[in-house]
Structure formats: structure tokens, C-alpha cells
Design a protein around this ligand. Structure first.
Ligand code: PEP
Ligand code: MG
Length: 595
């Protein structure tokens, strides 16, 4: 399968004149385009189903003392009804992944929180109606979370809003129109995780909301169910009318109301390409990444070109094991500044959330040219490459560290160093990393102070020193391309030595094993992100050697998943032992039945 067949870079040009930015217009014209945040990829078009939000009263309505018990009971029964609604949703998803359960369970925890419940009850006891008390207490708690420095707590504030709106609806005994016809595009102020489960059952085709966070629970579920979703579309429930014909573009975060023929045609083409692509991916996408005997292997993708992110999102991977950030530099005659880099890193981190992403700092030099390289080298692969260049141009490294740290607010970001050969390089880079953190702290910026700091093992020196390196790194990622090149002294780009360049060479395999053992001993994660990770003949050897994470290009992902699911871990361990006893690469290849 070739993922490049499906390319989201459509011809569709968004004419800025048509974009209604503040969404205040009531008299939109045909083909009006509204921008939101893309939170689940995919394209849908059809008729809108608008869920009008409840008007929430000013929360100061009071009651006579004699009515307190009645209001307490009203609250109690609305709360219990909401909890039952969540349990019903839990039953519906009982055979689905733990992630999905966790999302709904968290909502049960929030609404069962004694602190929240007591707060509401106290307000009722001070003679406020149940409705006013709920709104006051939720808003007070939301205020605290919103003021937090913590991204996840601020996102939790959005969750609180969703739960508040839903419990008010229950209290007012408003039945949400749940009998939505298949194919409708739901437009709502907010959606709860339970709504998303129900929407999936109703086979709606997209979700558009006014509120929501990219990492909110309902967004996570929309991504899990592959329902295109666009959040943060201001006043969507006012500007979009019931049965308006709309297009939802979950890649770009656009909603197009009453599109003209040409725009619709382009989206029809895009949609049919997407459909064909998803069909080819088949069932494998939703199956777990594990061996036959249920040994979990984390399968991730490498981002090698800009379009790889969209493909990754469609593949439902365990995250992104390697972003080759140098792709940002292509066609640029200068290094992108902090803001430009931050926007890109943040976009990737948010889109893949809650799964993790690892950004490798610029690996330039050798065959990867870049602005600012001092001179042409006669032997560039052994020259001023990767971390060597970055430690010479500390300004570039600092800017990049700062941009990555700023994007780490979502707490799913790691950073990684390329071309390491000595502890000194790790220590120096880490010092700069810590310096950047301190600067950002002084500036009052928010980032993940525990952002994992990893090292690529792609030189023989690094593999041999991996035990020592494990004291300075939070994780390893083995780059088998360079590890092979440097171990066998065979240029990876020179076809004259392509027969020498062989990642199945016993020397390379032994260095990989040495690294895996060092990581296991130090209890730090180790992954493989070089080409060998995607070589299906290598899968059982690598898993058998103890690796638990493989990261490959999106094009190889599903084949790798299929292969992983065919392997028995217990047999793979024995097979890897046997392979490691081979003395030549011919012997290895013979055992693997390779030519
Ligand atoms: C590697 O060397 O295996 C690797 C993943 O890095 P790159 O191919 O970008 O050098
Ligand atoms: Mg490399």
C-alpha cells in the first residue's frame, strides 16, 4: 500500500475574503467559511443537526428555607441520572480499548467528587436553587482550574463546563435530541464523551462544537472513533441553521456553509480518496499492537515529510517515535525562529495527543545540507554533523530547545539528540536544555519541566557506551541507518558499497542487543527508529531481543502491525538468541531465509 496515494494537500484554496473570522455575521453568504481547531481528522458533508444550547440563568435564584430539601433531592437525582448515563456509555464501550474506558471513568470521577458535591449542597443549604448552586460551584471550580499554570488542569476546566451544561439539561428535564439521523453533521455548543459514544451509534458523520479542547475527553473519543471533529467554532450553533448543507474539514479545521458547486466537487473528490484509503487500511487499524501471546509492542511512526502527520492520525498509532525536524529547513535559506518552530511542534503535539511525540533536534550535516554550515567537508559523514554542529551553533540549539519546551505544555513531548558519541556531548546539551528551562521559568512561560530527554544510539561508540549513557538519558532510540553505516564503515548513500551496508550484520545486531540490555538494566525505554524497524524479517529478532517500541515511516506501519501480531514472543526470544550466535551476515540471512 502506498500512503502517498492519499494526500491531504488538496487543490482547495481558501479564499480569505470568504473567511468569516469573528463569526458575528448573521447574514452569511453561500460558501462562507468558518475556522475552528481541527481536533479529529477527516472530511464530511451533509445536513447540519443543530443542538441549541440551553440559556444558562444568572446563578442567583434563591428559595425559601422550606424548599431546601426539595432542591437537594432535585440535584441528587440529576447527578445520579448523569452517572447512570455515563455507566450506560461504559457498557456500550465495554469491549473497546482501556483508553476509551478511562475517558468515561474520569467523567464519573468528576461528577462523583465529594468536594464538588458538598460545595453544591452547601450552596443549596444557603437557599440557592439547585440550578444556581450547580452553576456557582462549577464556575468557581472552573475559575481555579483556568487560573492554573497547568495545561491539563486548564483543559479540565473545559470538561467541567461540559458536565455542568449536561447536568443543567437533566435538571430542566430537557431531553437532548438523541435520535439523530445517520449522516448528519452535529453542531453543538459542547459534547460530552457520552454524546460521542451515542453519536457513533447513530452514525453521524461529523461533530462541530463551540467549546472544547484538543485534549478534552470528547476529542480523544472522536479521534478514537474516527469521527471528523472541529472544535472552537465561535457561535456555531447560531450561524449554522438546522439543515444547512455544510462541509466539515477535520484536517484544516474549516466549516463551509452552503458550499458552491466547485468547492463541493473538490471535497467530494477528497472524500472519495479518503474513503478508498481507509478501506485499504482495513480492520488492522483498530486491532491492538501486540504479539500473538499478548506481549504489548508500541508501534509508532516517523515524521519524515510534512504530510506524514495526517497519515499517522489516520493510522491510529501509539504515537510518533521520531520527528526529523530538519524537514522544517527544506526550502529555507535561514533557520526558522522560535515562534515558527513552536507553532509547528505544538500542532503536532496537540494532534497526536494523548499519545507521545519525540522531536529530534536538527540532524544536519553529512548528506543533509543546511544554512549556517561553515564549509564543505571532504568526509562529511564523519564530520560536522548532528549534535557536533548544534554544540558549535548553540544559538540554533537554544532556539530549538525553547520551541520544543514551549510545545511540551501538553506533556506528551520528548526531545532527542542525534549523532552522539560521548557523554560529554550529552552533558553539554543537557546543560543548555536546563538553561533554556530556567530562562522560560523566569519569563513565566509554561512547559513540561519533566520533558524526557533522550539520546539516539546510532554510532558504535554510543552503543558500546550505552550503559554509561543510561545515567544521563531518559530514553534511547536506536538509529539503525547510521549505526550500520558507522559500524561497517559503509556510506549509506553509496550504492557501490550497498552490499557491505547490511543491518543484519552480526556486529550491528550485537550493538543493538547491547543497547537494549543497557536500557533494560537502567529501566529506561528503548525504541528502534531506523529502517531496520520496518524490515519485516527483523521484527521477530528485535522483539525477541527485548525491544518494546518500533517507529517506522507511515507507509510501513500497517505491515509492521500485521507482522507483529503474527509473532509469538516466547518463540521470538529463542529465535533472537539463535540469530545472535551467527558469525556472519550470510548465516543471519540464511536463518531469516533472505537472499
Ligand atoms: C538512523 O540513523 O537510523 C535514523 C533514524 O536517523 P536518520 O536516518 O535521520 O539519520
Ligand atoms: Mg541517523
Amino acid at each position: 500500500m502506498n500512503t502517498s496515494e492519499f494526500n491531504m494537500d488538496s487543490k482547495i484554496q481558501i479564499d480569505d475574503r470568504l473567511i468569516v473570522d469573528d463569526n458575528h455575521n448573521e447574514n452569511y453568504t453561500n460558501n462562507s467559511i468558518f475556522r475552528g481547531i481541527p481536533s479529529s481528522p477527516g472530511i464530511a458533508y451533509g445536513y447540519a443537526f443543530v443542538i441549541k444550547p440551553e440559556t444558562v440563568v444568572i446563578p442567583t435564584e434563591t428559595i425559601e428555607k422550606s424548599k431546601i430539601n426539595e432542591e437537594l433531592e432535585k440535584f441528587e437525582s440529576a447527578k445520579n441520572e448523569l452517572i447512570s448515563e455515563y455507566y450506560l456509555a461504559l457498557r456500550k464501550v465495554q469491549f473497546e480499548s482501556k483508553n476509551i474506558h478511562a475517558v468515561i471513568e474520569t467523567n464519573i470521577l468528576i461528577i462523583s467528587d465529594p468536594y464538588l458535591i458538598n460545595g453544591i449542597k452547601k450552596r443549596i443549604q444557603s437557599c440557592y436553587t439547585a440550578e444556581s448552586s450547580i452553576i456557582q460551584e462549577f464556575d468557581a471550580q472552573k475559575q481555579n482550574l483556568q487560573n492554573s499554570n497547568d495545561f491539563l488542569l486548564r483543559e479540565r476546566a473545559i470538561e467541567l463546563d461540559n458536565i455542568k451544561e449536561r447536568i443543567i439539561e437533566i435538571l430542566r428535564k430537557k431531553k437532548i435530541k438523541r435520535d439523530i439521523l445517520p449522516g448528519k453533521l452535529v453542531v453543538s455548543k459542547y459534547v460530552t464523551p457520552t454524546d460521542v459514544v451515542n453519536f457513533r451509534d447513530s452514525k453521524i458523520s461529523a461533530i462541530i462544537t463551540e467549546l472544547g479542547g484538543i485534549s478534552s475527553h470528547s476529542s480523544i473519543l472522536a479521534r478514537a472513533y474516527q469521527i471528523p471533529e472541529i472544535i472552537g467554532v465561535k457561535n456555531a450553533t447560531e450561524v449554522i441553521k438546522e439543515n444547512d448543507f455544510i462541509i466539515a474539514d477535520g484536517y484544516k479545521g474549516l466549516v463551509i456553509i452552503n458550499p458552491d458547486k466547485e468547492t463541493l466537487n473538490e471535497y467530494e473528490i477528497l472524500k472519495s480518496k479518503e474513503k478508498a484509503y481507509r478501506k485499504r487500511l482495513g480492520k488492522l487499524i483498530s486491532l491492538p499492537s501486540e504479539t500473538k501471546d499478548k506481549h504489548r509492542i508500541f508501534l509508532k511512526t516517523n515524521i519524515n515529510v510534512q504530510g506524514d502527520l495526517e497519515t499517522t492520525l489516520l493510522l491510529s498509532t501509539d504515537g510518533i517515535g521520531l520527528v526529523r525536524t530538519e524537514i522544517l529547513l527544506s526550502n529555507m535559506d535561514k533557520f526558522p525562529d522560535e515562534e515558527e518552530q513552536y507553532q509547528w511542534y505544538k500542532h503536532i503535539a496537540e494532534q497526536i495527543y494523548p499519545n507521545p511525540v519525540t522531536f529530534r533536534v536538527f540532524d544536519i550535516g553529512s548528506d543533509k545540507e543546511a544554512p549556517g554550515m561553515p564549509h564543505k567537508e571532504t568526509n562529511p559523514a564523519l564530520g560536522f554533523r548532528g549534535i557536533r554542529f548544534l554544540l558549535y551553533r548553540k544559538d540554533i540549539l537554544k532556539t530549538q530547545f525553547r520551541a520544543i519546551l514551549l510545545a511540551s505544555e501538553t506533556r506528551n513531548v520528548s526531545v532527542m539528540l542525534p549523532m552522539i558519541t560521548s557523554v560529554k556531548e550529552i552533558i553539554k546539551s543537557r546543560e543548555i536544555f536546563e538553561e533554556c528551562k530556567n530562562q522560560l521559568k523566569d519569563e513565566g512561560k509554561i512547559f513540561d519541566n519533566n520533558c524526557p530527554f533522550g539520546v539516539m544510539i546510532e554510532t558504535p561508540a554510543a552503543a558500546i557506551q550505552s550503559k554509561v549513557f543510561s545515567n544521563y538519558a531518559n530514553f534511547f532510540s536506536i538509529g539503525t541507518n547510521d549505526l550500520t553505516q558507522y559500524t561497517l564503515a559503509a556510506d549509506r548513500t553509496n550504492e557501490l558499497v550497498s552490499d557491505v551496508f547490511d543491518s543484519f550484520h552480526p556486529a550491528v545486531l550485537k550493538l543493538i542487543k547491547m543497547t537494549i540490555d543497557a536500557a533494560r538494566e537502567a529501566n529506561i525505554p528503548v525504541s528502534i527508529c531506523g529502517e531496520l524497524a520496518g524490515h519485516l524479517a527483523a521484527t521477530s529478532i528485535l522483539i525477541g531481543m527485548g525491544v518494546t517500541e518500533l517507529s517506522v515511516s507511515p507507509t510501513s506501519f500497517l505491515e509492521l502491525k500485521k507482522r507483529t501480531r503474527e509473532i509469538k514472543f516466547s518463540e521470538a526470544v529463542k529465535f533472537a538468541d539463535e540469530i545472535l550466535k551467527c558469525q556472519t551476515h550470510d548465516e543471519v540471512r540464511k536463518l531469516l531465509a533472505l537472499n
